[in-house]
Design a protein around this ligand. Sequence first.
Ligand code: NAD
Length: 244
Amino acid sequence: MTVEACQRWLAEAQQVVGFSGAGISTASGIPDFRSPGGVWSTNRTVTYQEFVASEDDRIEYWRQKVAIWPEMCDAKPNAGHLAFKQLDVAGKFLGMITQNIDGLFQKVGLADEKIIELHGTTVEVVCLTCGERSSMDAACKRVEAGDLAPKCEACMGLLKPATVSFGQAMPMDEMDRARDLCYRADVMIAVGSSLVVQPAASFPLIAKQNGARLIIINRDETPFDSYADFVSHGEISEVLPELL
Ligand code: NAD
């Protein structure tokens, strides 16, 4: 389909839903997982089970988080985030289903209830025993001061960034809300995701199967390109504003 057709769908749409992955934030200076230089080429993955079982793995996990925190913390939204905010201002945006953990949709001004964080957030940490949440900033300062795998000050449980790690259960409420948005969407825009991390990657397809037009913008090919109504392998921060 042509860019013009895509622009027309978006102009006529009433209920647009977004789906995003790490690629929307590379233009804000946060590396993705799978591109060259991405997180996976430089870091060992620590699974949830390893984090819970081993002090050494907790120390490694926290080392990685502290290393990436300054750029996450200082990152600013880019034209891709802004485009979704503009759809919201136009009154046609149901919400953002995001795999991002960087808090940039909050920073661009989308309301909390319009952001579904499938993989949690790195802005907060959570105690795995009592569930108390506190700021990542404070936790990173403790690690930097020599508390290499910090524990909850209230109950001494393990503190972990409030993200969903490999091997950890997906949040049920967020999964239900995301599915509901996919049923209601008339256009689904999936950006910056390799669409290989399941179950999150199934949402664009659920929307398509329920009648939405599917737009995919991702630098690399995805397994769902052949199902989409429009595919661009360009830069999100250039293509998305053009489509709007
Ligand atoms: P991914 O790394 O698997 O895929 C990112 C995709 O974005 C790639 O296919 C790449 O081609 C594309 N891309 C990168 N920059 C782009 C740009 N400027 N324009 C267009 N396309 C671009 O990411 P994923 O699908 O989100 O899955 C990996 C997991 O990584 C997720 O679970 C997510 O929670 C986590 N993660 C999040 C962040 C973040 O919040 N910023 C960063 C790294 C990893």
